[in-house]
Write a protein that binds this ligand. Structure first.
Ligand SMILES: NC(=O)c1ccc[n+]([C@@H]2O[C@H](COP(=O)([O-])OP(=O)(O)OC[C@H]3O[C@@H](n4cnc5c(N)ncnc54)[C@H](OP(=O)(O)O)[C@@H]3O)[C@@H](O)[C@H]2O)c1
Length: 330
């Protein structure tokens, strides 16, 4: 099969298309013919061994993905495709089923075929959705869900979502709205209308206004794009308010620090946990029109380097999809 592989950490140019053997499903696995996948920030961070996040995170990253070189040569976590073979013990899926999900840090989706255990984060595609539409359903939304479920979101609670136009942000706005919170979203000028259409009660253009200086306060501030700090947001939080980060070693330390009851604090799920139940929850939201993955651009698999360069601009709106066409498993 054709797959995008890499053998050394580095810039997007380490990626190349190669013929490799297709994986063989185990008893409890399905073999999926991948029709669409994505390039997301996990792919980008893993490919460069998180060098841009500093030495501590980079070492942790290499401990997970391979110290000297990547153990898994094929990146890509989100997938949408068709089941072509099922292992003997598989009960939930049959040949021909249309499925989507995420392999997380096991990756393997930038290829014509991949295997998934049926108990992992895989579900049937909601009726009426194309492979391209559903491929980016999981990564941003599961990251957002993991953060938001820590924050006791409900009716009457005010949340500010910073970086509301990214993969995590666009999902975060829709999920916060679903949980009944009053949503203020912060993004750049070009994305104001889109973010409003996702259900934000109000939007702030960060090029025109600094939300930390307008005197408004929130029960929750969610930094969906890793550009804020707890220190900067503290005065904009209500007493007992939560600051939800998406990355950063400093935030990890702040999360682990003991805090007074009722104090403003940094909250992050440790260890991070994303489950099949979560994917089924997202499926339900898509079926009832409460969540839709936002797509910026679609590239063919062959243009993975261009797609990756675009993701690395940190200016994408929502998600970048890769389409995978043709091929047969051998
Ligand atoms: N998605 C993942 O796989 C993943 C995994 C682990 C951790 N993370 C972390 O999660 C965070 C977000 O990831 P993501 O994939 O959702 O990001 P993303 O999609 O790459 O975010 C891009 C968006 O961020 C906005 N943006 C850029 N600079 C900004 C700024 N200074 N202020 C406000 N908005 C800004 C851009 O909008 P404008 O054009 O309007 O500026 C763009 O729409 C990052 O901290 C990342 O490290 C992501």
């Amino acid at each position: 099969m054709r797959a995008v592989v890499y053998d050394a950490y580095g810039p997007p140019e380490v990626l190349r298309l190669e013929e490799v053997a297709a994986p063989i499903p185990k008893e409890d696995e399905v073999l999926i013919k991948v029709h669409a996948t994505t390039v997301n920030r996990s792919d980008v961070h893993t490919r460069e061994a998180n060098r841009s996040s500093g030495p501590v995170i980079s070492v942790l990253s290499r401990l997970i993905s391979g110290v000297r070189r990547p153990r898994q040569r094929i990146l890509g976590s989100e997938f949408a495709g068709e089941v072509v073979t099922v292992g003997a013990a598989v009960k939930e899926f049959a040949v021909g089923d249309r499925v989507f999900g995420t392999s997380g840090i096991r990756f393997g989706a930038h290829a014509e075929y991949m295997c998934m255990r049926e108990a992992r984060r895989i579900a049937h595609i909601p009726a009426g959705m194309s492979f391209e539409q559903v491929a980016p359903a999981c990564d941003g939304a599961l990251n957002a869900l993991m953060c938001l479920t820590q924050a006791d979101l409900r009716e009457g609670r005010r949340i500010l979502i910073y970086g509301a136009s990214g993969a995590i942000g666009t999902a975060g706005v829709q999920l916060a709205r679903y949980f009944g919170a009053d949503v203020t979203a912060v993004c750049g000028t070009k994305n104001l209308e889109l973010v409003r259409s996702l259900g934000a009660d109000r939007v702030i253009d960060y090029t025109q206004e600094d939300f930390t200086k307008n005197g408004q306060t929130y029960h929750v501030i969610f930094d969906a794009v890793g550009k804020l700090s707890f220190k900067r947001c503290r005065d904009s939080l209500e007493p007992g308010g939560f600051y939800l980060p998406t990355d950063g070693a400093a935030n990890l330390i702040l999360t682990l620090m003991p805090s007074r009851k009722g104090a403003k604090r940094v909250v992050f799920m440790i260890p991070p946990r994303q489950t099949k139940q979560d994917v089924l929850f997202l499926k339900g939201l898509m079926e009832t029109g409460k969540y839709r993955p936002v797509i910026d651009r679609c590239y063919p698999l062959e243009e993975v380097i261009e797609a990756t360069r675009y993701v690395e601009t940190q200016q994408k709106t929502g998600n970048v999809v890769l389409t995978v066409i043709g091929g047969s498993a051998r």
